[in-house]
Ligand binder design. Structure first.
Ligand code: ZN
Length: 131
């Protein structure tokens, strides 16, 4: 298993990690297989969506903020329940196929690390499996 760290800059942000993951795939020399990306955090997530237009991740964050406000009478005393809810909606992992040594993503698809309770230093785990 491989990993890398991300230093996030704001409370909520989506960071395109496609390039870093693609580089791990290249270095592995795996031609066919799968790539699993997992974040070991309860207030962060991984998702796949468009980054050709940076307004797409901005809109996603704006909608999440409307649906799941930061303060909303939550019980969790740490004060970051909104982040926990957002993290569970998006989920902690994504799997992408590897073909001909490359990630198989649609033209408009990017892998995003989603920060919901930053800024923090976060870890991203990457498992590459041949086959
Ligand atoms: Zn918490």
């Amino acid at each position: 298993m491989r990993s890398f760290t991300i230093k996030t800059q704001s409370r909520c942000e989506m960071i395109d990690i496609t390039g870093r993951v693609a580089e791990m795939v290249r270095e592995s020399a795996i031609r066919e297989g799968s790539c699993r990306v997992f974040v070991p955090h309860t207030t962060a997530a991984v998702t796949i969506n468009e980054n050709a237009d940076p307004d797409v991740p901005r809109d996603l964050l704006a909608v999440l903020e409307r649906l799941i406000p930061f303060s909303n009478g939550y019980r969790h005393t740490e004060g970051n329940s909104a982040a926990h809810v957002k993290a569970s909606l998006f989920g902690p992992s994504q799997t992408v196929f590897i073909e001909e040594g490359r990630l198989v993503l649609g033209t408009w698809q990017s892998l995003f690390f989603c920060e919901f309770d930053g800024p923090r230093t976060r870890k991203v785990l990457v498992q590459l499996t041949a086959g």
